[in-house]
Structures are given as structure tokens and as C-alpha cells.
Design a protein around this ligand. Structure first.
Ligand SMILES: Cc1ncc(COP(=O)(O)O)c(C=O)c1O
Length: 481
């Protein structure tokens, strides 16, 4: 006999598909414990010493830096240099530079590539706000352009339209684990002599034409914040094959001009105001152990995403985006979130209603970032630094022509405001049983679609509760409950 309470939607008073939380946590074992304990026992927390160093040290490839016995203090302690060396080998690049976060890493990499005040940096409208703030932090002007609706990554045709005499760099983001079209981006960069800094925070291990994410542009940046595929709590890594960029990164993260002797030229000094963006030894110890698990945790995400893709195929109203690894794209993607695209017309209901019903079934689902980056107040109101409008107004009062307004990137807005459904829980330690709950809950909502739509008027306005981007499961909000 069918139990009505189980088939009835939780949002309409039935039992939820799932009542236990999903668990996503970093994969930690004896290796992390061993390396962190060793660092503790050796009293190694930061071995940095601000000695004056020369070009040879500043441009030393990471593998060599892990071996040196002289001047190593400038490049970090044992764990920082070992993590850096192993990361460089894993990515197939000579330089891997540990930093305190990817947010810092993006600003450092841009500055190291020679980008500075009033220069324009072209980037996609969708990313975590850190990407949009990174150029601003060094006084450069972010120029947001639309994305490809299939990959959610920057649309090369839109880059070309946005190029001006002030454009100095492109900052593609490999969003949700999808790879941006790096062939087209590098062609444009070569033609217009622009630098390319890849934001590879959500795509560690992905590749384009067999080149690892982050190694194709002038530099690439990764995040080790806890939600990322591998983590150090907080932390990041800049990779590059350019010794000059590596040198400048190492300077900027280590107080900048401090390490120069007084013979340095103005060219060398300009734009090298540094702060302290170093990764601590304990974090690097964690990172060394985590790096060994990169393939395992990436395959974990792939397995869960592949399951969802197979089980949710052919549901009218829910589109599964392109899987770059199995399509004829040159990319291998590592899904960071599992993404579905919601079609309001085919579903006959707004996305907010679907999301509310799914959350009440016990399934955490998000809708991407709450708005495109250009719609953040920093940009709409141009309040980055002060009332004078820097960097959109230069020292002589000349105003930048770059605009930020609602509606400027229709594809971004459609994805964020109408289509995106992001399932965060494909990472370790979510299992296929957990994925089955997601599938069952989605199917339950679809099976009860008519009842849900008919009850829409009974549901209070949940727009605030559900506010785009929130991960949590919203409480029941049926009137009279
Ligand atoms: C695409 C993207 N860029 C930048 C960042 C910033 O990384 P972090 O938190 O290490 O500063 C993140 C992480 O949240 C991200 O997802």
C-alpha cells in the first residue's frame, strides 16, 4: 500500500525524502596528522626571514628551492618549499608559489604580470566576488563580459568586443570545474598583447588540450579554502612558467621592496609594494598530504556527478549542461558542483518554488551566486576605495568609460536568476546513497509538480528565505503551519 505521507511533498505536509544532513568534509588521514604533528614537534611555524636575496633565489624553480640550504628562509620553511615543489611537479610547471589565499593570489599574480592602476582587466560576469575584487585591489578596473551559456565560462567573442587601449589582461574563470575556451583566449591575448591570469580555483586537475588548468595563461591561481577539492583551511597557490612573474610574485607576497638592495632600478621597484601573503608552515604541511589525494578526491566528485547525470537525464524542464570530458571538447573537466539548468516554462513554475520544495525534502541546493559581480554595490556605486572614485576616476579627474549596470550580461543573469541549480554535495564523503536521495527527491518534486503548482498561492513569499545562493535547507513556510 502506498504511504501517502511519503509520496506527499514535505513542503505540503508529507515526510521529507531525507532527514539527515549531507556530510562533505576534507579527506584527512594519518598522513595529514603525521606531517602536521612533525611540524608542531619541530616548532616549525614560519621560517621566513626577510633577508636581501638576489635574482638567482627569486627566480629559482620550486623543485630546486626545496633543496637549497642557503637563503631558503626567503622562500619559506621546509613544508612550504616541499608543498611548492610537489605542486609544481603535479601541474607540470616550474614555479608554484604558496600564498595565504587565492584572493590574494589573484591580485599578486595580476600585479606580478605588470597590471596596475587604471589598467583594464576583462573577466566574466559570474564568479565568486573575490575574482572581481582582485583587479580592484591593485587599482585596476574590472571589465565584466558575458559567458558561454553551455560552459558558464567567459565568452571569447565578448572579450574582443570589450578590448580598449587600456586593456592589459584577461582573467578567465574555470567555473564549476568547466574549462574556459583557452585556445580562443590565448589567440586573443597574443593578438592584442594581453596577459592571461587563470582563476582555476574551481578547476584543480582539469585540463585543456592536455595542459593542466592554470598552466596555459601567464599564471594560474588555485584556492585551498576548505570547500575546495584539496584544502589547507585557508590558502592558495600561484603557478607560472615565467621566471620574471615568479620573482615578482615572491616579492609581493614577502613585503615587496624589502628584499631589494639599493641598486634596484625604478622599473624593478614600480608596482612592487608588497604585504605579507605567506602560507604558514602548518597549512603547507596539510597541503603536502592533501596534494597526494588530489586524484582520489577529484575522482570522487566525477563518480557522484556521473551518477547524477545518468539518473537525471531526460527530465523535461531540467537540462544537464555539457560534460566537457565526455563531449568533443578539448577539455577534461572535474565537476566542482553538480549543475542543472532549470527551465521555468517547461516546468510551469518559478525556480524558487522548485528550490523550496527540494530543500524541504532535505536536499541542499543552491542557485549560484546571488548576482553577477558587476551588480555588487562596489561596482554599481563605484565605492571601491573612497569618494574620489578611484580607480574609475584618475588623478587628473578623467572618468573611465566602463559601465556597470543590471542587464549588461544577459547570459550571466539568466543563469543566476533563472536557471542555475547547484548541488554542492558531490564531494567526499558523500556517497552514491546520498546521490540517490538527491535523485529521488528531484523525481518526487517532479511527480508532484501539479499539486505543488496548485498550492503555490498557499506558500508565503519565500523569496527572502530562499534568497539566491543560499545552501541551507529552508524551514517549512506553509501558511498556518
Ligand atoms: C572562482 C573563485 N575564485 C576565487 C576564490 C577565492 O579563493 P580564496 O577563498 O582562497 O581566497 C574562490 C573561492 O572561494 C573561487 O571559487
Amino acid at each position: 500500500m502506498i504511504n501517502n505521507n511519503e509520496t506527499k511533498l514535505a513542503i505540503l505536509g508529507g515526510s521529507p525524502t531525507r532527514s539527515t544532513p549531507f556530510i562533505v568534509e576534507p579527506m584527512i588521514d594519518h598522513n595529514e596528522e603525521k606531517l602536521v604533528l612533525e611540524a608542531l614537534k619541530q616548532r616549525n611555524f614560519s621560517r621566513y626571514i626577510g633577508v636581501g636575496v638576489d635574482d638567482e633565489v627569486l627566480k629559482m624553480p620550486s623543485a630546486e628551492a626545496a633543496q637549497i640550504t642557503d637563503y631558503w628562509h626567503f622562500l619559506g620553511g621546509e613544508n612550504v618549499r616541499q608543498f611548492s615543489a610537489s605542486f609544481a611537479v603535479k601541474m607540470g610547471t616550474p614555479f608554484a608559489i604558496p600564498v595565504s589565499s587565492a584572493t590574494a593570489g589573484l591580485s599578486i599574480a595580476l600585479a606580478a604580470a605588470g597590471i596596475g592602476p587604471y589598467d583594464e582587466v576583462i573577466l566574466p560576469g559570474i564568479s565568486f566576488s573575490a575574482t572581481g575584487n582582485a583587479p580592484l585591489m591593485i587599482g585596476a578596473i574590472p571589465v565584466f563580459v558575458d559567458v558561454n551559456p553551455e560552459t558558464f565560462c567567459i565568452d571569447p567573442n565578448e572579450i574582443i568586443k570589450a578590448i580598449s587601449p587600456r586593456t592589459k589582461a584577461i582573467l578567465p574563470v574555470h567555473l564549476c570545474g568547466n574549462m574556459a575556451d583557452m585556445d580562443a583566449i590565448m589567440d586573443i591575448a597574443n593578438q592584442y598583447k594581453l596577459k592571461v591570469i587563470e582563476d582555476a580555483c574551481q578547476a584543480i586537475g582539469g585540463s585543456w588540450n592536455n595542459k593542466k588548468s592554470g598552466t596555459i595563461g601567464d599564471a594560474g591561481v588555485f584556492s585551498f579554502q576548505q570547500s575546495k577539492n584539496i584544502m589547507t583551511g585557508e590558502g592558495g597557490m600561484i603557478i607560472t612558467s615565467d621566471p620574471e612573474i615568479a620573482k615578482r610574485c615572491r616579492m609581493i607576497l614577502n613585503h615587496g621592496e624589502l628584499c631589494f638592495d639599493d641598486t634596484a632600478t625604478t622599473e624593478e621597484l614600480a608596482g612592487i609594494i608588497g604585504l605579507n601573503f605567506r602560507m604558514p608552515e602548518l597549512s603547507a604541511a596539510l597541503g603536502r598530504a592533501q596534494l597526494e589525494k588530489l586524484d582520489t578526491v577529484n575522482n570522487w566528485r566525477i563518480k557522484n556527478a556521473d551518477f547524477l547525470q545518468k539518473e537525471l537525464n531526460n527530465i523535461p524542464g531540467l537540462k544537464i549542461p555539457i560534460n566537457q570530458s565526455t563531449s568533443n571538447s578539448p577539455a577534461e573537466n572535474i565537476p566542482h558542483f553538480f549543475t542543472l539548468l532549470f527551465d521555468e516554462n517547461a516546468m510551469g513554475m518559478p525556480r524558487s518554488l522548485f528550490v523550496s520544495a527540494l530543500r524541504d525534502e532535505g536536499i541542499p541546493v543552491g542557485t549560484g551566486y546571488s548576482r553577477p559581480m558587476y551588480a555588487n554595490p562596489t561596482f554599481l556605486k563605484r565605492t571601491a576605495f573612497n569618494k574620489n572614485g578611484f580607480p574609475w576616476v584618475d588623478g587628473s579627474g578623467v572618468k573611465s568609460e566602463i559601465t556597470y549596470e543590471h542587464g549588461q550580461c544577459p547570459v550571466c543573469e539568466n543563469l543566476l536568476y533563472k536557471e542555475f541549480l547547484w548541488f554542492y554535495h558531490i564531494a567526499y564523503s558523500s556517497t552514491i546513497d546520498d546521490m540517490t536521495d538527491i535523485v529521488n527527491a528531484i523525481k518526487k518534486v517532479i511527480n508532484n509538480k501539479d499539486e505543488l503548482i496548485a498550492a503555490e498561492h498557499l506558500l508565503e513569499d519565500r523569496s527572502k528565505e530562499y534568497s539566491a545562493g543560499r545552501i541551507g535547507v529552508a524551514p517549512k513556510m506553509l501558511k498556518g503551519k
